[in-house]
Design a protein around this ligand. Structure first.
Ligand SMILES: NC(=O)c1ccc[n+]([C@@H]2O[C@H](COP(=O)([O-])OP(=O)(O)OC[C@H]3O[C@@H](n4cnc5c(N)ncnc54)[C@H](O)[C@@H]3O)[C@@H](O)[C@H]2O)c1
Length: 251
């Protein structure tokens, strides 16, 4: 896979899967617009890419509030946008009784409204060049029931709906739209959530035990799928929902 001359915008690229994907795209020639709500983490990713000889710029902002600004800054900096990866997301825990009105609204704003608006502004740019790819990072939680992930599951199922809707509406404009559904993956965010739990060892044991491969996913394994969904070699692939989960959704 080669991304020379491609401009790739990844949201939430200051950590975890987003950062790893940003580095891997840049290693293959892409110019990276690195978004994150955290300036510090976003700049760290830019520095890592630059130290490896790649090209990257920080495009800050909250995906829920600054979508238009994020796309605009990407185009001002690099002249175009070829790939948008809607990766930024939050993972609230809780069944419906444990989920407050505020939790619901905040999760839908970041996990659904952010990708909706970023895609809206990105397709305007992609239509001009009659090409582009959007990759939405959904989750196994959008496909199967996972205990105490009520609003998270709702948000990721919505992202799958957004993927199919955009794919069918923009197929004639040369724009492809795919979703990746990771299973539990050892990212920085996940490590923090495990550490903050009442019994981290037991939390980790439970997570691993429900995965048929009996291990967590690695950030690189998810990032490869993101790159595949975005690469020119996958030019016949749109509206695809790709599960990468150690077999979790096969049973
Ligand atoms: N790690 C997993 O097990 C797993 C499984 C399935 C799906 N996913 C999805 O993959 C994506 C990345 O997950 P991760 O585990 O790498 O996360 P992470 O917590 O390590 O990284 C997420 C990054 O997004 C940024 N972010 C959060 N809210 C933002 C906002 N409003 N605007 C811009 N940036 C924001 C954070 O600052 C952080 O740097 C998420 O959408 C998540 O739901 C993760």
């Amino acid at each position: 896979m080669n991304f020379s001359n491609k401009v790739v915008l990844i949201t939430g690229a200051g950590s975890g899967i987003g950062r790893t994907a940003a580095i891997m795209f840049a290693d293959r020639g892409a110019r990276l617009a690195v978004n994150d709500i955290s300036e510090q983490r976003g700049h760290e990713t830019v520095e890592i890419i630059k130290q490896r000889g790649g090209e990257a710029a920080f495009v800050g902002g909250d995906v829920a509030k600054d979508a238009e600004k994020i796309v605009k800054k990407t185009v001002e900096t690099f002249g175009k946008i070829d790939v948008l990866v809607n990766n930024a997301g939050i993972v609230p825990y809780g069944n419906i009784e444990e989920t407050s009105d505020e939790d619901f609204t905040r999760t839908i704003e970041i996990n659904v409204k952010g990708p909706f608006l970023l895609s809206k502004y990105a397709v305007e740019e992609m239509k001009k060049q009659k090409s582009g790819v959007i990759v939405n990072i959904a989750s196994e939680a959008g496909l199967v029931g996972i205990p105490r992930r009520c609003v998270y599951s709702i948000s990721k199922a919505a992202l799958i709906g957004l993927t199919r809707s955009l794919a069918v509406d923009y197929v004639d404009f040369g724009i492809r739209v795919n979703a990746i559904c990771p299973g539990t993956t050892y990212s920085q965010g996940l490590a923090q959530r495990v550490k903050a739990s009442a019994d981290p060892e037991e939390t980790m044991r439970r997570m691993v035990s429900r995965i048929p491969m009996k291990r967590l996913g690695k950030e690189e394994e998810i990032a490869f799928a993101i790159m595949f969904a975005a690469c020119d070699e996958a030019s016949f692939m749109t509206g695809s929902i790709i599960n990468i989960d150690g077999g979790s959704t096969m049973i």
